[in-house]
Design a protein around this ligand. Structure first.
Ligand code: IFM
Length: 450
């Protein structure tokens, strides 16, 4: 079979209106950390702490996307994608998290949205991808305080009012588990706290803020599609030992059921509440109902399965399997399993795979990047989604993480996820082989989708 025939055969396994896209987030690519009135975020401040970022870098310049908007939009368009997922830097719009608006920040996102629409690319907007205005952390304890949930809803209303005439898809939070657990319990992400009690409270307030924001967005724009994005991994016990099984149940409880049950069933899993004991979050009686707002879509970010080993929470690898440069197991079939399990256990809204991709070590040779490992990763996961769709799961979109190599949080610039390579010294971009494969796949299927 010719390559284009096999690409067409793969594309034909997806529904006609499927949203093929590529994703990024503000802090990871924009740079311009204090340009045009932007306030500091908790990540700007966290990066200044000694030893927290592997290569000692920060997001001050990143991919300089803020200053290269037009040419980066051209790069997105050159892929032939129908959709682009990006996030808004809250402190660019509200520098201190108060109601005062920074017009220049809003203007940037106006230009971003308009630029996408001019190129026939649908904007998929995320309101919170971890860069909380630092002032909300200092003055109000950030997500540990209920107050922040209400501030977030105001911010969501503002963005819906200002951009909702052109943006239909609104994601409230990206990966609230990361905000809560990595940021407040393990302390390896901003704001760098290490307290389980605060982490569970932060998690609850993120979920509450999601519900409040969903209401606020819908009152501002009745035709908005509102959803949330979760990082979900299927969990398997490493062995038959009862201890590994207990760990597996707990990992699944914290990562999957905590969020899925709260959002879709209005309750937290009883076993996890019992395990938390005094560390369980404090809630108001109406919170559960507020959190479980109807969802127009649920975004899933999938990278790896968890192999539960007693005493090693959220273990992303095991011996003898292929892993990415993050040390995460490559297991596309597990994505199919995850989707089937969610479909079986919950009354789901339409799903979107809002992130999927891999870090591998890249080398520029003769001006190109032959990242066959990343290409194969993406293709195998696209196939895994097709299988889930054929089994009856309603998946409506797929977004490669990521458009560009970028600031990979605590790993700094040492890990590359992009389908465009970024030369940070020159800010040059090179389409990698993986990106070229994605482009060819989309071109081959263009007539099928339009
Ligand atoms: O880079 C991150 C992204 O910000 C959120 N999801 C996982 C990606 C890879 O770690």
């Amino acid at each position: 079979m010719h390559e284009s025939d096999s690409l067409r055969a793969l594309g034909a396994r997806f529904p006609l209106q499927f949203a093929w896209g590529v994703a990024s987030s503000a802090f990871q690519i924009e740079g311009a950390a204090s340009a045009d009135g932007k306030g500091p975020s908790i990540w700007d401040e966290f990066c200044r702490r000694r030893g927290v970022i592997a290569d000692g870098t920060d997001g001050t310049i990143a991919c300089d996307h803020y200053h290269r908007l037009e040419s980066d939009l051209d790069l997105i368009a050159a892929l032939g994608v129908r959709a682009y997922r990006f996030s808004i830097a809250w402190p660019r719009i509200q520098p201190t998290g108060s109601t005062a608006i920074n017009a220049a920040g809003l203007d940037f996102y106006n230009r971003l949205v308009d630029g996408l629409l001019q190129r026939n690319i649908e904007p998929y907007l995320t309101l919170y991808h971890w860069d909380l205005p630092a002032a909300l952390q200092h003055n109000h304890n950030g997500w540990a305080d209920r107050h922040t949930a209400f501030r977030f809803a105001q911010f969501a209303a503002l963005i819906a009012e200002r951009l909702g005439d052109r943006v239909r898809s609104f994601t409230t939070h990206n990966e609230p588990w990361v905000t809560a657990t990595l940021g407040h319990e393990l302390g390896i992400f901003a704001p760098g706290l290490k307290d389980r009690r605060i982490a569970t409270q932060a998690s609850h307030h993120c979920l509450l803020s999601h519900g409040l924001a969903a209401q606020a967005i819908r009152s501002a724009r009745s035709n908005a599609d509102v959803g949330i994005v979760l990082n979900l991994s299927p969990v398997y016990a490493a062995s038959d030992s009862p201890e590994d099984h207990v760990q597996a149940r707990r990992d699944d409880g914290f990562l999957v059921r905590w969020y899925m049950d709260a959002l879709l069933e209005g309750t937290y899993p009883a076993d996890i509440i019992e395990f938390l004991g005094a560390d369980a979050p404090v809630m108001e009686p109406e919170d559960a109902r507020l959190i479980a707002q109807p969802l127009d879509f649920l975004g899933i970010n999938y990278y790896y399965p968890i192999t539960a080993v007693a005493g090693v929470p959220f273990n992303p690898t095991r011996r003898g399997v292929p892993v990415t440069d993050m040390g995460w197991e490559v297991a596309p079939g597990r994505l199919t399993d995850l989707l089937l399990r969610l479909d079986r256990d919950y009354d789901l809204p339409p799903l979107m795979i809002t992130e999927n991709g891999a870090a591998f070590r890249d080398a520029v040779v003769d001006g190109g990047v032959e990242d066959e490992d990343r290409r194969a990763y993406i293709e195998s996961h696209v196939r895994a989604i097709a299988t889930a769709i054929e089994e009856g799961v309603d998946v409506r979109g797929y977004f490669v993480w990521s458009l560009l190599d970028n600031f990979e949080w605590a790993s700094g610039y040492s890990k590359r996820f992009g389908i465009y390579y970024v030369d940070y010294a020159t800010q040059g971009r090179i389409l990698k082989r993986s990106g070229e494969w994605y482009r060819k796949f989309l071109v081959a299927n263009d007539s099928h989708y339009r």
